[in-house]
Every structure is written in structure tokens, then in C-alpha cells.
Design a protein around this ligand. Structure first.
Ligand SMILES: Cc1cc2nc3c(=O)[nH]c(=O)nc-3n(C[C@H](O)[C@H](O)[C@H](O)COP(=O)(O)OP(=O)(O)OC[C@H]3O[C@@H](n4cnc5c(N)ncnc54)[C@H](O)[C@@H]3O)c2cc1C
Length: 401
């Protein structure tokens, strides 16, 4: 009989299963689909292997780099093109995002690149508001109302909301402050202001980019993890949906959204990838891409200029360009809309679309509290760094029992 049964073959389930098996436990992993990895997935567009979902990881804490090292992928960790992402405001031209911000929350509201987005009156008001005593922070504190109270509506709507939406696929009004960034509550307590907290977190961050990728695509993490888990004896069963976790052998680890009761509905996100030919894009007119504020004249919420962001991909695309747009509400004609939106956001005509792909994902809500052993996005928040770190800690705690 297996010592552990893991339900769900996304990154969280694979990490837990691999770690438990590496310590000598007998582990069986059940995945309802025929594919492991969830939104860390590959698709081929115009013959180019691309990430269909996640395409980078946060470098903070070094968690993902340690795992990639164990999987023999250290040499393939790559940094994205340096430089800020851009912001498409509700009106006017796109601007680079402020350099010293975190989730769009500025460390200095009076910095010229912040004033350029929110205006001087809103910037001065933000300084005044953030000088007031900090309110109590609880698990129920939402990021949106908190930022509104500390920095005002303009900073929230014009800066923080587009960035948070790009990272978490959620409006900050719906996002718990504790889930927005793992270090934020402690930094707030230490600094006594939100701008001070952002300064601290930025100063504590290692130099260089906050994110990295894998040469060839993030999806390589899943194939390497799965191969390694199997080589350590994990019994991976694809196409098996678990409805009654109580009937499984051994200690059960839930790594599948939906089994631990969700605290809310999942959120749909549609991605449209275009492979285009357009020499003007060689100059990367919007850096690695843009986040889009509500009210802007496009349906897309964000655009990644993937061939500008990743050098390995630029080489693989052989002169063509890859742009990826994300949508909350799928347009009637996704490819035509994505092309028009990309032209608006990049400020460049795109007459030649070589190939295109449209994929739909669902991001789960946080799990309600339960007695089950749960790993993954529903408890660790969005993002591979947090999910992998939490899964590793959970496996260590299970082994220590
Ligand atoms: C479009 C998109 C882009 C993203 N980009 C990034 C990024 O660039 N960087 C980053 O760090 N994060 C990114 N994320 C977030 C990150 O990819 C996810 O948080 C992470 O992959 C979730 O892993 P998980 O193991 O918790 O869940 P999942 O990967 O969703 O795994 C859960 C698995 O459980 C299976 N399952 C569900 N129910 C059952 C059942 N009853 N029985 C058996 N199996 C079941 C599912 O089929 C699935 O395979 C992105 C997410 C999306 C959607």
C-alpha cells in the first residue's frame, strides 16, 4: 500500500510527490487529465515551441532555482530583457511603469515616473495619506481598499490595479493583502507606511530582474519534474479523477483545486498568441510588454512581447515575432481582436499574422480552511515560487511526522 496519495499533477503535486519519494516513501499521484503541469504547458505556434501558460518565475528566495538545480536545469535559467514593463493608461500614450514600485505601489509617489501616470495632485495626496497611522491588518484586509486609503483612488486605479491584474488576474479589491505579496504584511509593520514597506522590500530584493525563465520555456520544468519523480518511484496515474479522497490509500495530499472547498469562484483567463512578421518590432517599442488600465481603448488586459522579453525565443523565432495578449472576457473573434489590440498597444501595423493560438485557463479561488493537507495555488497563492516553496515545506513536515 502506498504511504502517500497525491491528488493533482500540477507543479505542486509533482513537487510534493517527488520530495516524498526521494525520502523513500511509496507515493501514488492521480491526475485527472492526460497531461501533467496544469498551466505550465507547451504549445507550438508557427512551429515554435512556446509556453501556453506560465512563462517565468519569481527569483525571490531562490526556491525555484534550487529545484531547477536538482533537476539539472541550472544552466538554462535565463533573465528576461532588462527594462521596465509598460503601462497603457485609460487615455493617452503608453508609458514605462515606474521604476521603484512593487505591484504598481510606488516607493516614492513624487518620483517623476509616478507623477507622469497619476498627476501631481494625486501624488501629493498619496504622500499625505501615507503619513497617517497604519490601520490594523487582518487576513480579511483587501489590497484595493487598503491602497485607496493609504495612497488614494488615482494610484490604485491607474497604477496598482493594472499591475495586480497582470500578476494575479484579479482586481486588488478582490485580493487579500496577505496573498498579494508574501513579504508585504511584515514590511508594513516594520515601516509603518505602504511606501516605506515597498522601499524595504525593494531594498531586500536581490539585484537584477525579479523574475527569470528557462531557456526553451517554463514547460521544461514539468517534463523534468515528472521524469525525476517517476525515476524516484512515484506511480503517476494519468486520466484518473479522484472524487472521494477519503477512499485513497495512505496519507492524502490534495494538490487539485476544487477538492478542498473553494472560498469563491474561479476566474477565467484567455490568452491569444500571435506569431507575426514585422521588422519594426525588432526595436521592441514597448519593451517586454504592457499592462492595460481599465478604460483603455483595447479589450486586452496585458500584452507580452515574448520575442523581445526572451533572447532564446528571439533566436528560435528566426526573425518573426511572438506577442501574447490576455483577456478576462473572450472576444468574439479572438485572433482578429488580438491583432487590432496588438497594433494599438505596440503602435505598429501588423499586416502579416503567420499563425495564432487561443487557450483558456481558469485560476482557482483560495481554498477555505480545512483539515486536509493541501498544497498548490489555492493555499500558497498565485505564482510558482510560492507554490514550490510551500509544497517543499509541506513534504518536509509530512516526512517529519
Ligand atoms: C495563464 C497563466 C499564466 C501564468 N503565468 C505565471 C507565471 O508566469 N509565473 C508564475 O509563477 N505563475 C504563473 N501562473 C500561475 C501558475 O502557473 C499556477 O499558480 C501554478 O501552475 C498552479 O499549480 P498547482 O499545482 O497549484 O495547480 P495546477 O497546475 O492547476 O494543478 C492541479 C492539477 O490537479 C488536477 N485535478 C483537478 N481536480 C482533480 C481531481 N479531482 N482528481 C485528479 N486530478 C485533479 C488538474 O487537472 C491539474 O492538473 C500562471 C497561471 C496562468 C493560468
Amino acid at each position: 500500500m502506498a504511504d502517500f496519495a497525491v491528488v493533482g499533477g500540477g507543479v505542486a503535486g509533482l513537487v510534493v510527490a517527488r520530495r516524498l519519494a526521494a525520502a523513500g516513501a511509496e507515493v501514488v499521484l492521480f491526475e485527472q487529465t492526460q497531461r501533467l503541469g496544469g498551466p505550465v504547458a507547451r504549445h507550438d505556434v508557427a512551429g515554435i515551441a512556446l509556453d501556453a501558460g506560465a512563462e517565468s518565475f519569481a527569483v525571490r528566495g531562490g526556491t525555484v532555482a534550487v529545484l531547477l538545480g536538482e533537476l539539472g536545469l541550472s544552466g538554462d535559467i535565463v533573465a528576461p530583457r532588462p527594462g521596465p514593463a509598460w503601462l497603457q493608461p485609460a487615455s493617452g500614450d503608453a508609458v514605462p511603469l515606474p521604476a521603484t514600485a512593487l505591484l504598481g505601489i510606488p516607493a516614492d509617489p513624487l518620483a517623476p515616473d509616478v507623477v507622469r501616470v497619476v498627476g501631481i495632485a494625486a501624488a501629493e495626496r498619496a504622500v499625505e495619506l501615507d503619513a497617517l497611522p497604519l490601520p490594523e491588518i487582518s487576513a480579511d484586509t483587501r489590497l484595493g481598499p487598503f491602497v485607496r486609503e493609504r495612497l488614494g483612488d488615482d494610484v490604485l486605479d491607474r497604477l496598482v490595479a493594472p499591475v495586480v491584474h497582470g500578476v494575479h488576474s484579479q482586481h486588488p479589491d478582490d485580493l487579500a493583502l496577505t496573498r498579494a505579496h508574501p513579504g508585504l504584511p511584515d514590511a508594513l509593520a516594520a515601516a509603518g507606511s505602504i511606501t516605506g514597506a515597498v522601499s524595504r522590500l525593494r531594498a531586500a530584493a536581490p539585484p537584477g530582474s525579479a523574475v527569470a525563465g528557462i531557456r526553451g520555456g517554463m514547460h521544461r520544468l514539468v517534463s523534468s519534474l515528472a521524469d525525476d519523480a517517476r525515476s524516484r518511484g512515484v506511480d503517476v496515474r494519468l486520466g484518473v479523477r479522484v472524487d472521494d479522497a477519503g477512499a485513497l490509500p495512505g496519507t492524502v495530499v490534495i494538490a487539485a483545486p476544487g477538492i478542498a472547498a473553494p472560498a469563491g469562484p474561479s476566474r477565467r483567463i484567455d490568452l491569444v498568441t500571435l506569431v507575426v512578421e514585422q521588422g519594426e518590432l525588432d526595436a521592441a517599442p514597448r519593451g517586454s510588454g504592457l499592462l492595460v488600465a481599465h478604460g483603455a481603448p483595447v479589450a486586452a488586459r496585458a500584452l507580452t512581447h515574448a520575442t523581445a522579453k526572451w533572447e532564446w525565443l528571439r533566436d528560435a523565432a528566426e526573425g518573426r515575432h511572438v506577442v501574447r495578449l490576455s483577456y478576462d472576457t473572450v472576444p468574439t473573434d479572438p485572433v482578429a481582436t488580438a491583432r487590432t489590440d496588438a497594433e494599438t498597444l505596440l503602435g505598429v501595423r501588423l499586416p502579416v499574422v503567420v499563425d495564432a493560438a487561443h487557450v483558456t485557463w481558469h485560476r482557482p479561488a483560495a481554498a477555505a480552511a480545512s483539515d486536509l493537507v493541501v498544497v498548490g495555488e489555492t493555499v500558497a497563492g498565485s505564482g510558482l515560487a510560492g507554490i514550490i516553496g510551500h509544497a517543499e515545506r509541506t513534504a518536509a513536515a509530512l516526512l517529519a511526522r
